[in-house]
Design a protein around this ligand. Structure first.
Ligand code: ADP
Ligand code: MG
Length: 245
């Protein structure tokens, strides 16, 4: 039984089919990547899952419940956390304090922060224990991204959607992030769906990959099978010679 079950989802913006009969299911505790060129509909799919957008057609079930028509705060309350591309930390609060701030979405608090022990565990997971009393403004870009993942973990979601979590990161930070995501998946048992453009990062995640093009899921498989697929190479990279970026 799928934990997240997306069936035949359509979303049109004028003449653009941002989601075109998207069907995707995730098992509980799985880690899955979603890749595809800019504008192919990856973030739209996240907006549909979180309820920020409503589909024209199709269904989304989460944890045995139909969530398609629910408002976004209700979907968040059921345990779906989402990280946007740009880190949204509170710069004038310390790292620790940031973990105590419940996320404010559309003017509404949707979750309470966890206890102190839990926050210490999260600090360890995101490798910011040493910096817990420093202002978030002093962190590197990569550390801010990790802190935001910590803020999401503090909400205790059972499914986390990450939209290009390594955007703007150094190669070393990107490798650390792949490790962090695997730790969250294996250690905490959290189900994760990760959107990413950087194919090197996807390889480091070592998980099943779905390739999107023009609103459709084009292929699904292992990283190697996707990387070696000529149609994917042509559609995603514009040439049949292997991915570079
Ligand atoms: P990706 O995240 O894969 O880069 P998006 O999901 O952001 O792609 O966008 C998919 C397509 O839908 C693009 O053509 C984009 O311009 C369009 N689009 C996305 N959101 C909106 C919106 N709110 N209104 C109109 N068009 C949108
Ligand atoms: Mg996007």
């Amino acid at each position: 039984m799928a934990f997240l079950d997306i069936q035949s989802l359509d979303k049109r913006f004028g003449g653009v089919k941002a989601a075109d009969s998207v069907t995707l299911s995730l098992k509980q505790g799985s880690l899955t990547a979603l890749v595809g060129p800019n504008g192919c509909g990856k973030s739209t799919l996240f907006n549909l899952i979180t309820g920020a957008l409503k589909p024209d057609n199709g269904h989304i079930r989460f944890d045995d419940e139909e969530i398609t028509a629910l408002p976004s705060h209700e979907i968040a309350r059921r345990g779906i956390g989402r990280k946007f591309q740009v880190p949204a930390v509170f710069p004038d609060l310390t790292v620790f304090e940031n973990l105590t701030v419940p996320t404010l979405q559309k003017g509404r608090f949707f979750s309470r922060p966890g206890n102190s022990e839990k926050r210490m565990d999260i600090l360890k997971t995101i490798r910011l224990r040493e910096k817990q009393n420093e202002l978030a403004s002093t962190l590197s870009h990569g550390e801010k991204q990790w802190l935001e993942m910590g803020m999401i973990l503090a909400q205790s979601p059972s499914l986390i959607l990450l939209d290009e979590p390594t955007a703007g990161m150094t190669a070393a930070e990107t490798a650390e992030t792949a490790h962090l995501i695997r730790t969250i998946n294996k250690g905490e048992g959290v189900t994760l769906l990760v959107i990413e453009h950087d194919i090197g990062f996807i390889e480091q995640l070592a998980c099943p990959v779905n390739v999107m093009a023009r609103g459709k899921i084009l292929k699904s498989g292992t990283f190697q099978s996707i990387r070696n697929d000529l149609e994917v190479q042509e559609l995603y990279f514009g040439r049949p010679e292997g991915p570079h970026a």
